[in-house]
Design a protein around this ligand. Structure first.
Ligand code: SF4
Ligand code: SF4
Ligand code: SF4
Length: 634
């Protein structure tokens, strides 16, 4: 393509001279095959096999090294949890600062997927064409700042007293909950399809890396600073084979001519260009980093969009991202970025399809002589369905967001609400309004939703419980749990078990609490409740053993110590009772609501003497609680 060519849409586009495609063109078959590709493929296959082996080892042994995944760095920055993902990401950035972006080219499973997809497309005669946007290239960096910098800034400024810049570090290198931070398989498969395949088909061989991957945002900055670069000797004759081979859309021949090296941070050091160069003019070597080189206009890339389209594209991207991110509690951040890039491409291409006289995509004529062709109708149909699904997700997400905002505004502490079967008298006017509002939005979301949003169901269950419909709450939590995993599932089952206890359905409560503990053995609240179910069922010895287990896991746990004290007192073991009571008192916060909650829980168990002590302490701390004795729930 020659400089200043006219595209099929009739728009003048900037380009740079690429001799390999000059007239008469050198066929791609005239370019020698890259010998490094097979090594890179081998490295990526080994990487994927190691990932599978890691999962199998965890499934067999129950414990393993925490996920070697850069996103885990978020919990290091937020909570100080040092994990394998953080160490890997830190080392990868350090390596990139020295050698350039090798980790991307040789050590990323998403790049393996993208390369596999590009290879498959080529097999059917479709060569992915790069979609070039000036604005969307900033998405990875913005995504990286949002993921890795914003949480720390927010923590420090939202709570200056507690939010230290450097959190207190704890060791999380080994884990038994390996999959906890990953999506379920039913989400992982579409995630890989969208990020590894669709982005390649629509946006080019490295579509996800260029427009979506937040890790790439940091890697490309590190690459700019790195002295390790693809460099050139005098043997270069500007044949263009290197550029034609590069799947990262780097203008290799132009950059090496202008700068003596590849400065484009999209270069993933795959080494293909070195391997295919007929004059062996390229090599990997150290020298000045890209930032130290003044930029020239001679190597400017052509772009797929006009400036107005860029701006519309940015707005569409943002809208689509907000619409799909977290919808149904299913779409994770990276997948939302991938979806938004595709929505942006489809919207802008559809816009052109409707306006241009001629338009093609790959080898397909979408429109010619002003008429939309068969392929065009196919493209249009797909685009309408995709964009329509985005808009629908946006509607559902809006209701989920509003429902969640109402949920966040509820003031009544969970423990107090759960201490009796009807917490209604404890609700403030604001709580009541938020419950009505939240229910309305969650119900609207679930009426039109295409999938079950298990988290929204759990929150709706909480609204139902607070508004006095404990039965409906139990039903909703029962529906939510099968769609959840890990901690979320354990919590739904715990709340369900607790509410069943309050309803007097102790056997069902025990089953639900056992299921919660099977998910998360460290959920001490579930042990306290399970002890309560067993006590009510008359299995007092088992109840005491469950409470003792809770106390052994955490000696500072107040309720279980009180439950053990009450049990010992009822069984006539007064010394034991005094010891547990002392232990509990040491850690009981001087909060009237807390004392009242403990009093209610002990009263449920018939431990009235100890319950009375806590009611009296609550009244002492806040005389207003005296009135609760007459009107409040008992
Ligand atoms: S930019 Fe992201 S997806 Fe692409 S290779 Fe690098 S880490 Fe992998
Ligand atoms: S570096 Fe090699 S492949 Fe690239 S333009 Fe020069 S001679 Fe051709
Ligand atoms: S410039 Fe060369 S090393 Fe870099 S991505 Fe392209 S082909 Fe690979």
């Amino acid at each position: 393509m020659k400089s200043g060519c006219v595209s099929r849409e009739g728009k003048k586009q900037r380009s740079i001279e690429l001799p390999v495609f000059q007239n008469p063109p050198v066929q791609e078959s005239g370019i020698r095959k890259s010998r490094t590709t097979r090594w890179r493929v081998a490295a990526l296959i080994i990487l994927n096999l190691l990932m599978i082996a890691h999962i199998i080892q965890w499934r067999i042994m129950g414990n393993t090294i925490s996920p070697i995944e850069p996103s885990e760095t978020m919990s290091t920055l937020q909570q100080g949890a040092i994990n394998a993902g953080f160490i890997f990401f830190a080392l990868a950035i350090l390596a990139t600062l020295i050698f350039g972006r090798f980790v991307c080219g040789w050590g990323c499973h998403i790049v393996a997927l993208q390369d596999f997809c590009a290879w498959m497309l080529k097999k059917v005669g479709l060569t992915p064409k790069a979609f070039r946007s000036r604005l969307l290239v900033y998405v990875p960096l913005i995504g990286a700042l949002y993921m890795f910098v914003w949480p720390t800034v927010y923590r420090v400024f939202s709570s200056p007293e507690q939010g230290a810049l450097v959190p207190k570090f704890t060791n999380h290198l080994v884990t038994s909950t390996f999959w906890e931070t990953f999506p379920s398989v039913s989400v992982a498969v579409p995630f890989l399809f969208v990020c590894g395949f669709m982005t390649v088909y629509f946006l080019g061989s490295k579509g996800f890396c260029t427009y979506a991957c937040p890790y790439g945002g940091f890697f490309s900055i590190a690459d700019k600073l790195s002295p390790g670069k693809i460099r050139v000797t005098d043997a270069c004759n500007q044949c263009g084979h290197c550029t034609a081979t590069c799947t990262s859309n780097v203008l290799v021949h132009a950059e090496v001519k202008q700068y003596g090296m590849v400065i484009d941070p999209d270069c993933m050091k795959c080494m293909d260009c070195i391997s295919v160069c007929p004059n062996d003019a390229l090599y990997f070597g150290f020298g000045k980093p890209a930032v130290a080189i003044p930029k020239s206009n001679a190597t400017k890339k052509s772009y797929s969009l006009t400036w107005p389209e860029e701006i519309i594209g940015a707005v569409v991207f943002l809208g689509s991202f907000l619409a799909v991110r977290g919808v149904y509690e299913l779409v994770p951040f990276l997948m939302a970025l991938g979806c938004a890039t595709i929505t942006t491409f489809l919207t802008l291409k559809t816009w052109r399809l409707l306006r241009a006289k001629e338009l093609s995509f790959y080898r397909f004529d979408l429109k010619s002589s002003g008429r939309i062709r068969k392929a065009g109708w196919g493209f249009l149909s797909f685009a309408v369905v995709w964009i329509g699904l985005n808009a629908h997700s946006g509607w559902v997400r809006y209701h989920e967001y509003e429902g969640d905002s109402a949920f966040q505004k509820i003031h009544i502490p969970d423990e107090l609400a759960l201490a009796q079967s009807n917490p209604s008298p404890w609700l403030s006017q604001i709580d009541r309004e938020n419950i009505i509002d939240g229910k309305k939005h969650f119900q609207a979301a679930s009426n039109v939703g295409l999938f079950v949003n298990s988290e929204a169901l759990s929150k709706l269950a909480w609204f139902e419980y607070l508004s006095g419909d404990a039965e409906q709450s139990v039903r909703l939590l029962g529906q939510a749990a099968p769609h959840q995993q890990g901690q979320a599932k354990a919590l739904s089952l715990y709340y369900r078990g607790t509410i069943l206890n309050r309803l007097g359905r102790y056997e069902q409560a025990r089953t639900s609490l056992d299921q919660a503990l099977a998910e998360r053995a460290d959920l001490i609240l579930a042990r306290e409740e399970k002890g309560e179910s067993l006590w009510q069922l008359g299995r007092k010895g088992e109840a005491i053993s469950v409470w003792s287990d809770a106390v052994q896991r955490n000696a500072r746990i107040v309720l279980a110590n009180n439950q053990l004290a009450g049990a010992a007192a009822l069984l006539g073991r007064s010394e034991e009772a005094i010891a547990y009571e002392k232990q509990a008192d040491q850690f009981t916060p001087d909060d009237p609501f807390y004392h009242w909650m403990i009093g209610l829980r002990l009263q449920n168990l018939g431990m009235n003497e100890l319950a009375e002590k806590h009611f009296q302490r609550a009244i002492q701390l806040d005389p207003g609680f005296q009135a609760r004795r007459k009107v409040g729930p008992q």
